[in-house]
Structures are given as C-alpha cells and as structure tokens.
Design a binder for this molecule. Structure first.
Ligand SMILES: C[S@@+](CC[C@H](N)C(=O)[O-])C[C@H]1O[C@@H](n2cnc3c(N)ncnc32)[C@H](O)[C@@H]1O
Length: 381
C-alpha cells in the first residue's frame, strides 16, 4: 500500500489524479465513497462523496493532506478500492482479515477538455471559505463549514451564480438594477449581491420582494448587519408592490403557480434585459386544459399534472419569445435533488417583428386548441 500511495502522491503533484472509488464497505452502512479533484478558485481540493445505503449523499471537500489521510484510513473499511490516474490505475482488494491484493493497470491518459459536468464543479463560492452571509442564513456553521442539511442549497446557490455570471455581459457594467421577486429567505439575493459587489466589484441595487413580512424584516436586518447597503426590501404582493426603478435583470426562484406569470409579465412590461425564473407548482392549467387529442394522457391524474406543468412553461417560453426574448430552458440543479429544477432564461434580443407576430399567433392558436387562458396571457394582453 505504501508504494501505491507513493504513486498516488506523484500523480497529485502533477495533477494526474482522476478518481478513487471505495466500494463494498465491510459494515454495509455505505454503498460507496468517491473522491474526485475539484478546482476551487486557484486551488485543487478533493471532493469526497459518501453514498449511504439509506440514499443520503454526504459531501465534503478536503485539502490534499486531509485527502491522503482520509483515503488511507477509510480504505481499510472497504473490500475494494479503485484508483484512476492519468498514468496508471490500481485495484485494491482487501479481505475482512486485512489481507491486501493490488493489481495495476493502464492509466486513463491525458484528461479531455473540461465537460459541462466539470464546469459545474468550478464553484464560484469556495466551499472551504467562510462567508458571513452564508453563516447568517444558516447554510454554513459559525466556522464556515457547510451544514450537512444545506449542501444541496449551497450547490443550488453556486449553480445559480454560474448562470448569473453567464448573463452578466447583458447588464450595464456598473449600477445594474436587479429584482428578486418572491424572494423568500433571500438565499439567492444575498449570494447574487455578494457575487456582484465582493467578487466582481460592481455596484448593484438589488430589490427583494415578498409578501411575508417577518421574512422580509429578518432579511433586511441581515443585510443591515452585513453592510449590504445596496439591498432593498419590499414587503408586499408582486402584483402590486414593485420597485419604481426598472430592472435590468429579474430573478425569481420557485415562485409558486401564477406568481411566476406575474413575475414574467412584470419583467416584460418593465423591459428587463434578462429574466431568470424557476417556476414551480404549475397548477393553473390543470383546471382548464381540455383537448380531446390529449385525453389519452389527461385521463391519468398524475400524467395530467405533469403535462400541465410542461404546457404551462412551454407557453410561458413562447410568449416570452413573442415579447422579444431569446429563451432557453435548463435544469439548473441535479434532478435527483429536487424535481423543481427547471430554469427559464430569457434575454432581451432584437427579434424581428415578423417573427414575434408569428410566435404570438401560434401562441394564441395553441391556447385555443388546448382551451386554456393562462394568467401570463391575460397579464400581457
Ligand atoms: C417557495 S418560496 C421560494 C422562496 C425563494 N425564492 C427561494 O427559492 O428560496 C415562494 C415564495 O414566494 C412568495 N410569494 C408567493 N406569491 C407571492 C406574491 N404574489 N407576492 C409576493 N410574494 C409571493 C411566498 O411568500 C414565498 O416566500
């Protein structure tokens, strides 16, 4: 084993380590443990994912010395360890009594260009760093460690920041106005504000709107304590209580049912350059959809519910397109973590009037055929 860890250390020195997988835990509480390198800021960390037999995934990022110590200790509890590096691979088989057999194989070769998956790992926030706003929001503990139950929220925030980063060139270089509508506990708003002001060193004004008074008051007090002076808080219904200043970008994560229609319509009316909206609880059309051609689906209540959610979002995208936006939909988090992971990304674009009119005609025809009259259509009529 000593020789193996020497070889592994060499690979760590030159960036050739790709993956280590421990499987066949003797105590059967864990399905497998996987280590992979991740780039965080300029440093390489080693992410350890432990997949419990009860379906939980516990993630931790380790520095290099912690990683070697961790894998050395942990591997003694597993029947098998596979190490894959650029220049060699190794399989370690261990008996319950501790007898070890190691076989070496070919390496995986030089790594390919980073895939989208790798990109996802290049988090904007550093998982080993303490962020006061994340401590305040209860995502990190007081020592800056991401709480086990908040790992998924942390990944969600980071993924969202990457998407925000992608659309940033669309916004004014300085002084952008951002709305986060139906902001709830403002996880996203604090992260976006931090990203622009502390990481990109840009001025932004970020309005957070939600109808829950206690939540808004609490978030306002956090922003005050953090000195996030460009964050403004409005308690009220997004239908009526919106900021006077027009937005450059409108964000909205999981605004339930027709609240998303209000968000999208207001963003269009107020000429937002970018809209990032993750809809949820699309119930509206379930009470309207009436289309004989689709009865083979709608006769099953669960399928009807799923179909209505997809139709709701597809119609929203079409109407956004007809309103002058280039629209893409993406899954912004792992579907295993939450089914509410669809994100509508809309960017104001010079779409020729002819195409917009055609889109609008098609949209209206679809609504007639499906016998639906969505809220967004009413709001933008
Ligand atoms: C599921 S939570 C999402 C919160 C937050 N965006 C997040 O993802 O963590 C939905 C939020 O929308 C707010 N909300 C729903 N309808 C609203 C409306 N018409 N006006 C203002 N807030 C609304 C609720 O109060 C709630 O805080």
């Amino acid at each position: 084993m000593e020789k193996l860890f020497e070889k592994l250390n060499e690979q760590l020195d030159n960036g050739g380590f790709i993956k280590a997988v421990l499987s066949g835990a003797f105590d059967k509480t864990v399905k497998k443990t996987v280590y992979e390198p991740v780039s965080v800021s300029k440093e390489t960390l080693y992410r350890r994912d432990t997949f419990d037999t009860d379906g939980k995934d516990i993630r931790k990022n380790l520095r290099r010395d912690e990683f070697i110590e961790d894998v050395t200790k942990l591997c003694t509890g597993y029947r098998q360890m596979n190490i894959i590096c650029v220049s060699f691979s190794a399989e370690v088989l261990r008996s319950k009594k501790g007898a070890v057999h190691i076989s070496y194989g070919k390496g995986a070769g030089a790594p390919a260009a980073p895939s989208d998956n790798d990109r996802k790992k290049n988090y904007i926030l550093d998982p080993t760093e303490k962020y006061d706003f994340l401590v305040m929001l209860g995502i990190e503990d007081k020592d800056g460690r991401i709480k086990d139950k908040k790992q998924s929220k942390w990944r969600q925030i980071n993924r969202f920041l990457q998407i925000v980063g992608d659309v940033t060139p669309k916004l004014p270089d300085d002084g952008a106005v951002i709305w986060d509508l139906c902001c709830g506990k403002c996880y996203l708003s604090f992260a976006v504000y931090y990203y622009y002001t502390a990481i990109l060193h840009k001025n932004v004004t970020l309005y957070c709107v939600d109808r829950k008074r206690d939540v808004i008051e609490e978030c306002a007090s956090y922003a005050g304590a953090l000195g996030f002076n460009g964050m403004k808080f409005i308690c009220g219904d997004v239908f009526k209580c919106l900021p006077e200043r027009d937005p450059d970008m409108v964000l909205s994560l999981h605004a339930c049912d027709v609240a998303t229609d209000i968000v999208l319509s207001e963003a269009v009316k107020r000429n937002a350059k970018v809209i990032l909206s993750s809809p949820c609880c699309q119930h509206e059309l379930a009470g309207q959809l009436d289309c004989p051609d689709l009865q083979f689906i709608t006769k099953e209540p669960i399928l009807k519910q799923k179909l209505c959610a997809i139709i709701t979002d597809a119609l929203r995208c079409k109407l956004l397109h007809a309103s002058g936006y280039a629209v893409t939909t993406l899954e912004f988090i792992d579907p295993d973590e939450t089914p509410k992971n669809l994100l509508i990304r809309a960017e104001k674009t010079a779409i020729p009037e002819k195409i917009r009119q055609k889109e609008r005609r098609e949209y209206d025809e679809l609504c007639e055929r499906l016998n639906v009259d969505p809220m967004m259509r009413k709001l933008l009529s």
